[in-house]
Design a protein around this ligand. Structure first.
Ligand code: AMP
Ligand code: ZN
Length: 480
């Protein structure tokens, strides 16, 4: 596979420390609020990457943290702990907030077919690891104590701005909007490894440490958790592009200083999903969630499809119109797959040829829009339906769009409609089997002259924002 590497600023052949095995790490969510669909764009693309690597034959060990402590409202270690902010907002304990939003995050992931990583580790569960690393950094002179906190000394490194070709001043913490300079820092890019001097006396979670009772900084958690579960040599580190600086830069600084050798050669950063008004952000409080998409009647997988259509290294702009287009394209695709007849024998030569091409095309910097195109190409292939279905099923191991399952459900429903007498009644909609079923129920009520029931169903659909129009030989519905 060829993958763009933010550490070298170029597309490179992806190689691993141990042949055939990928040690992969993903920065997990900060669980003080629901994940927004921008966060989930990053997790969708990382999920596709993991599935592609498995599809290509790698054995993958994927590790993810859950940030439940230490992430302050500014990434530059100032402001309030985000978890505490969430707890205050909802009048709950930090642990309650963490549990609730961790569960909510994995619910969203399930709806979007994002696989749960092999290891999911809350940051609060690995404090001993951080203390071990920080102790060594203090001993070896990479870290110092000032004003009650332990800081990493960025001046001890020959190379610090690994992801950026920018000027040091462009990235300097002091010039970033709304960030106040911490007077304890010896150098402006030093960062906190361990806080004992919280500005907030009511910091909820604290642990004993050689430097006093306190809590870990945000950056150390990813190094500690990765080293514990991925070992000393990480192959691939992922996150959204905003994580590159300072979070990932700091992870590299502390990990390599601790280990004494290079840590992770390959860095994968997903660019942002923006709404037309700008960047989507949790801290602003107003953002789009998977639940909101569902409330508006969208299948969450339509959002996954929307994400797959564009490249992870391009900013993606969200609009309802764009989502509608993706939902309609997905529904149309499902109907086309449903029209294929599953009977017959798979042509292994054609299957192998399509698989090979998919591997090559998608393996060119995770080209997911090519993966989408590949499904349409398979539909047009000069081969029998059984082979087309097998090829599409194979691609779906990476895409995870439930293509075969949903198409089979449509096929099944059509067969049932025939049995129940609605055989010639054709429903044209946006590929939502539940809505189709209600439209069919309305038709059957009308046929049975139960007009009250038919009207009730129509009103129910209307309340869901669905408009049904009777057309020749059936009905058409759309979201309004
Ligand atoms: P957080 O929960 O804020 O720690 O972020 C979780 C993940 O979402 C991180 O990998 C971020 O880099 C990523 N992220 C944050 N905002 C966006 C966005 N608008 N679009 C895509 N990814 C994002
Ligand atoms: Zn991280």
């Amino acid at each position: 596979m060829y993958l763009y590497n933010s550490a070298t600023h170029k597309k490179e052949e992806f190689k691993t420390h141990t042949p055939g095995r990928v040690e992969m790490y993903t920065c997990g969510p900060t669980v003080y609020h629901f994940a927004h669909i921008g966060n989930l764009r990053s997790y969708i693309m990382e999920d596709v990457l993991e599935k592609y690597l498995r599809f290509a034959g790698y054995d993958v060990n994927r590790v993810m943290n859950i940030t439940d402590v230490g992430h302050l409202s500014s990434d530059a270690d100032t402001g309030e702990d985000k978890m505490l902010k969430g707890a205050k907002r909802e009048n709950k304990t930090v642990m309650d907030i963490a549990k609730f939003y961790t569960d909510a995050f994995f619910d969203d992931c399930r709806k979007l077919n994002i696989k749960r990583p092999d290891v999911v580790q809350p940051a609060t569960g690995c404090v001993d690891e951080y203390i071990k690393i920080i102790s060594k950094l203090v001993e070896t002179g990479y870290a110092y104590l000032a004003g009650g906190n332990v800081y990493f000394d960025s001046s001890k490194l020959a190379r610090y701005y690994i992801f950026n070709d920018h000027d040091e001043d462009d990235l300097a913490v002091g010039v970033r909007e709304g960030v106040e300079e911490d007077q304890n820092k010896r150098n402006k890019n030093d960062f906190v490894l361990w806080f004992t001097k919280s500005k907030f006396e009511d910091q909820a979670l604290k642990w004993d440490s050689p430097w006093g009772v306190g809590y870990p900084g945000w950056h150390i958690e990813c190094s500690g958790i990765s080293m514990k579960y991925n070992g000393e040599y990480l192959d691939l580190h992922c996150g959204g592009v905003d994580n590159a600086f300072p979070h990932h830069t700091n992870e590299i600084a502390q990990s390599e200083s601790y280990l004494g050798h290079p840590w992770c050669p390959h860095w994968f950063h997903v660019h942002h999903l923006n709404d037309p008004a700008g960047k989507m952000s949790k801290s602003k409080g107003e953002f789009l969630t998977v639940s909101l998409l569902e409330e508006k009647g969208y299948d969450p997988l339509a959002y996954r499809w929307f994400c797959l259509q564009s490249h992870y290294r391009k900013t993606l702009v969200f609009s309802w119109e764009n989502l509608d287009n993706a939902a309609a394209a997905y529904a149309k695709l499902l109907n086309r797959i449903a029209a294929l007849a599953p009977e017959g024998e798979v042509n292994q030569a054609v299957f192998g040829e399509y698989r090979e091409r998919f591997l090559r095309q998608v393996g060119n910097d995770l080209n997911t829009s090519m993966a989408v195109t590949a499904v349409f190409d398979a539909l047009k292939a000069e081969t029998n339906d059984a082979t087309k279905l097998a090829v599409i099923g194979e691609f779906d191991k990476v895409l995870s769009m439930n293509l075969l399952e949903k198409a089979a459900a449509i096929r099944e429903k059509a067969a049932q409609a025939t049995k129940s007498g609605g055989g010639d009644y054709v429903i044209t909609g946006q590929g939502d089997p539940e809505i189709d079923a209600k439209v069919l129920a309305r038709y059957e009520a009308k046929k049975a002259k139960n007009f009250a029931e038919a009207d009730r169903i129509r009103d129910e659909l209307k309340a869901q924002g669905i408009e049904v129009t009777d057309v020749k030989g059936g009905a058409a519905w759309k979201r309004v």
